[in-house]
Design a protein around this ligand. Structure first.
Ligand code: HEM
Length: 498
């Protein structure tokens, strides 16, 4: 018989864990106590699974047998974020087909410039901390950086979050409010009016609608002038300045990509099932939200590890010295401001550090799904509407899967790839493919290539510019699960590198 948690026990745990953002730790603790598959009754009757074959089996059976958990989707939709994340069945297929290709590897190649522009800005902003020697919490800056790059990639606009511009503040507010609602044990926010958030939502929506109109008009005008739709699309790309210094690139933002792919009059269209303006707004906000909290949290964790492990920081710095020195431009403050896709691809050690950070601190520890029909998981009957919580965190932290799993040891990824030999004394090196940082199956993260680029570019620029240390008293951060699992605080001190 499957172990079952008592309803009261869950209720008490949930209420106490929500405000601490530690629901994911509770889910893990129960797996420790009750095993890789146990029954629970909240949010709906269902089970929680944490062994990799079962995890993969559940996540692969989407969109047909499982969808995202309904309560989570309802909350997100009520806040105006109806898009690929919340969609089910045929609607999901349509959204995914029209949006995800924009974040393919060849397209993301053209987005490295966005990350470089914003990383240079982040370095300039943080230079004041280096000059004053004052400790500061890096999390806000990381969140603003992720928002700016994300908005460039999805809307083609620099919303100026790092500059404190209003559009950036609006985007930040929407992200923060929805994250807070997700952590709220009871939907008390429904009882209160929040005029400022409503105003931010309206302004942000009209910014996106305005851009859609602008791109549509440019597309039509160029098509009429040339009578050549593919050329028109390319010319429209060139006509719209995406970022201050960004080069025009094919499909350089998600809105233009969707408009081009669905334009009924265009020979370049690959799909005629156009999205309505409301659907475009919902999806733009979805991508902006899904990309910013996760990348901001990931970058903050990485900065913690880089600051806490001087040897890791010097490893990254040494690799950058060979790749970046003399290769790119330098801005007015003497800080480097260019890194190419090909250079990024060669930064093997940095890649290992990113992967190791996501292993020890999975940014999305659980995926909450719901059965669309009666089915079975690992031999357990699941009724339509039951929830299945997939615990991605536990397999990443097991000694059975990774040698010395508790240790932060980036070199393990190079050893696993055959690029380094295991150290003496490690006879049975274990490195199993269980890390699902970006989920598994058809609904896995479409933004994963961009996410890794964003994190690498920011770390590369910051490590080239500064020696990064932990502020006095900064120990290992606590994990806080909101939209993504973030550290509670990462206080740093910076010194300019010579
Ligand atoms: C380090 C950063 C990121 C992490 C760890 C992450 C992780 C994830 C995970 C675990 C999922 C659920 C996958 C599943 O259900 O199997 C997901 C979904 C999603 N992510 Fe990401 N993500 C990151 C960055 C991004 C970025 C930058 C974007 C946008 C450019 C993005 C857009 C999305 C979208 C739209 C979905 C929903 C996909 C669907 O339901 O079809 N993510 N992400």
């Amino acid at each position: 018989m499957l172990p079952r948690l008592l309803l009261l026990q869950q209720l008490l745990y949930r209420l106490s864990s929500y405000d601490r953002g530690s629901l994911h730790i509770m889910v893990d603790d129960w797996a420790e106590e009750y095993g890789d598959c146990y029954r629970l009754s909240l949010p709906a009757p269902g089970i929680c699974v944490s062994d990799t074959p079962t995890i993969m089996a559940v996540l692969q059976q989407r969109p047909g047998t499982f969808s995202r958990e309904a309560g989570l989707c309802e909350m997100v939709i009520n806040f105006g974020f109806r898009g690929v994340f919340t969609a089910r069945g045929e609607e999901w297929k349509r959204y995914r087909r029209l949006t995800a290709p924009h974040f393919s590897r060849p397209n993301v190649r053209n987005m490295v410039k966005y990350a470089c522009d914003m990383a240079a800005k982040l370095c300039s902003n943080w230079a004041k901390h280096a000059d004053s020697g004052e400790a500061f919490d890096c999390m806000a800056g990381c969140a603003l950086y992720a928002l700016d790059v994300g908005c460039l990639a999805v809307m083609g606009r620099d919303v100026g979050a790092l500059d404190g511009a209003r559009a950036g503040r609006d985007a930040l507010r929407l992200k923060d409010v929805i994250s807070a609602r997700l952590c709220s044990p009871l939907p008390l926010y429904r009882l209160f009016r929040d005029d400022e958030t409503e105003a931010a939502k309206k302004r942000f929506d009209s910014l996106v609608v305005g851009l859609i109109d602008e791109y549509r008009k440019q597309q039509e005008a160029t098509a009429t002038a040339t009578g050549d739709a593919p050329a028109a699309a390319a010319a429209a790309d060139a006509a719209i300045p995406a970022a201050s210094s960004a080069v025009a690139a094919p499909n350089s933002n998600l809105l233009k990509h969707v408009l081009r792919a669905t334009d009924p009059g265009s020979a370049a269209a690959t799909d005629r099932s156009a999205l309505t303006t409301a659907e475009m707004v919902g999806n733009v906000k979805t991508y902006m939200l899904a990309g910013s909290d996760t990348v901001g949290a990931g970058l903050s964790w990485l900065l913690y590890y880089v600051a806490a492990h001087a040897d890791v920081q010097e490893g990254i710095s040494a690799e950058l010295l060979t790749e970046m020195a003399g290769a790119g431009g330098v801005n007015s403050e003497g800080l480097e401001d260019t890194l190419t896709w090909d250079q990024l691809e060669r930064l093997e050690y940095l890649d290992a550090v990113v992967q190791e950070t996501m292993r020890v601190r999975p940014l999305v520890p659980n995926i909450w799904t719901q059965a669309e029909r009666d089915t079975a998981v690992a031999g357990v009957a699941i009724a339509r509407g039951d929830s299945v919580i997939v615990n991605l965190r536990k397999p990443c932290r097991l000694d059975a899967n990774f040698t010395d799993a508790a240790a932060f040891w980036p070199e393990r990824w190079l050893i696993a790839d055959g690029k380094r030999a295991p150290p003496e004394g490690v006879a049975d090196f274990r490195h199993n493919k269980v890390v699902g940082s970006f989920g598994f199956g058809p609904r896995n993260c479409p933004g994963q290539v961009l996410a890794v680029v964003e994190i690498k570019v920011a770390i590369a620029f910051l490590v080239r510019a500064f020696t990064i240390g932990l502020a006095p008293g900064q120990g290992a951060p606590k994990e806080y699960e909101g939209l993504a699992m973030a550290p509670d605080a990462v206080r740093l001190v910076l010194q300019r590198r010579q």
